[in-house]
Ligand binder design. Structure first.
Ligand code: SAH
Ligand code: SF4
Length: 429
């Protein structure tokens, strides 16, 4: 039931494009607005403010965000006093161009200034400074929380715009991270994903391996994930911590990008195929039952069919069960934007489709291999959750449904393309 107080409060609608970092930034910024009296709404038509998190990592992601901002013209026309805030990587890259192109935007704030967002809104939106004390509503998302541990990236992969739009690496102090994890655990979070562009380059008074152990000790948290580690920063202590920390999921998402040494060199990834495979093996040796997933980029300048075949074979050799696959697009002022974008669009699309089909085949084989096996499921909504490997599990029989936030054991009894059906065996807690 709605209270008079929530009716009086201005409502904020948020939309994030792109990766989990973008979603985490939007969550952090909306938290600042909630502290200033806003309440979140999932209905755009009743919003008094809209916060859009943009992404510029791929051309396609940027286009989607910009066309969404264009469509918000109608919302602004219907609610001229409403505030439209555009944040994130594309806002960082395009800056004042956004306001020139979309005069209905009220405030543009780039990805480098997430930390300064609260003082910025107090300055430019003083009317929106309301009595403090708002509570971030804890909905479905609260079972699985994200915590940003580092921002920016010190590497310089030739295709990647992230270092220029997010800046150099900055690490949050471990006590601040732990305080946030504890706060989220107290608010009901059972799973936490530690986020960073190269999350395992984290260092402060403690290493990334130590950070995993510290988060492992937080009461209430049952499962820990992290995203995305970089192969160069994957060391023995990190593999050891993954093995030793009970709550760290035996799952590694390690972006490979390509399986061809020549392309990896042009990409300036800092490793070759053999070194990459050795890192995967090291974690496999330490963590029994590890599942591995990855990212690939197809159609990088000069990529031949032979290079592409190496990518297919790397996916096979690393024993991965799934992958996010992307089609290369040149990004402004990155080193590879100066190379001819010479793989024809049709060829890029064909390679992407072949890779996705190959990955889907491996995912199907992996899910089949789980038939009859027992998996641990953390429910995120009634009767539906995720196994430790990250795959969705629908619990059967559905009635009565297991409430969200429970850790249960289930026996795999079937699957769809990328989801399992699990027969509920017992509750762990
Ligand atoms: N820090 C992570 C990746 C961050 S970007 C890493 O080092 O792997 C997320 C994904 O976007 C990348 O894994 C890559 O596959 C994709 N990507 C980055 N730049 C791209 C570009 N110019 N074109 C297409 N995909 C790109
Ligand atoms: Fe981009 Fe490379 Fe940094 Fe990842 S490691 S964010 S791909 S520059």
């Amino acid at each position: 039931m709605e209270t008079c107080e929530s009716q009086a409060r201005p409502r904020l609608y948020t939309r994030a494009f792109g990766c989990q970092m973008s979603a985490a930034d939007v969550a952090e910024m909306s938290g600042a607005l909630v502290e200033r009296g806003y309440t979140l709404t999932s209905d755009l038509s009743e919003a008094d403010a809209v916060l859009v998190g943009t992404c510029t990592v791929r051309e396609h992601a940027e286009h989607r965000a910009l066309s969404y901002i264009g469509r918000l013209r109608r919302w602004k026309r219907e609610r001229p006093s409403g505030a439209l805030i555009v944040a994130g990587c594309a806002a960082e890259r395009l800056g004042p161009d956004i306001k020139r192109r979309f005069p209905h935007v009220d405030l543009v704030t780039g990805s480098k200034s997430v930390g300064e967002f609260p003082s910025l809104i107090d300055k430019v939106m003083p009317d929106h400074r309301l009595p403090r004390g708002g509570q971030v509503p804890e909905g479905r998302r609260s079972i699985c929380a994200s915590v940003t541990v580092m921002r920016g990236c010190d590497r310089s992969c030739s295709y990647c715009i992230v270092p220029s739009v997010r800046g150099r690496e900055v690490y949050r102090p471990a006590d601040e991270i732990l305080a946030e994890v504890r706060r989220k655990a107290e608010a009901g979070a059972k799973e936490v994903t530690l986020l960073g562009q190269t999350v395992n380059s984290y260092r402060s008074s403690v290493s990334f391996a130590d950070l995993l152990a510290l988060v492992d000790s937080v009461a209430g948290i049952e499962r820990i994930r992290f995203m995305s580690p970089h192969p160069l920063h994957l060391d023995g202590p990190m593999a050891h911590a993954m093995a030793e920390c009970r709550k760290v999921a035996p799952a590694l998402h390690l972006p490979a990008q390509s399986g061809s040494d020549r392309i990896l060199g042009l990409m300036r990834r800092g490793y070759d195929r053999a070194a990459f495979l050795e890192k995967v093996s090291m974690v496999r040796r330490a963590v029994p039952g590890l599942t591995v997933t990855t990212d690939f980029l197809v159609g990088f300048p000069s990529e031949t069919d032979e290079d592409f075949q190496s990518t297919l074979s790397l996916f096979e050799d690393m024993g991965a069960v799934s992958a996010y696959c992307f089609k290369y697009s040149p990004r402004a002022s990155t080193p590879s934007a100066f190379l001819p974008d010479d793989v024809p669009r049709r060829v890029k699309e064909d390679r992407l489709a072949r890779l996705n089909a190959f990955v889907a085949g491996r995912t199907a084989a992996y899910l089949d291999s789980l038939a009859g096996r027992e998996v641990q499921v953390l429910t995120e909504e009634p009767g539906v959750g995720r196994a430790a490997d990250g795959f969705k599990v629908r619990l059967v029989p559905p009635v009565p449904p297991v409430p969200p936030g429970r850790l249960v054991q289930a026996q795999v009894v079937g699957r769809t393309r990328n989801m399992l059906f699990g027969n509920l065996l017992r509750r762990n807690a």
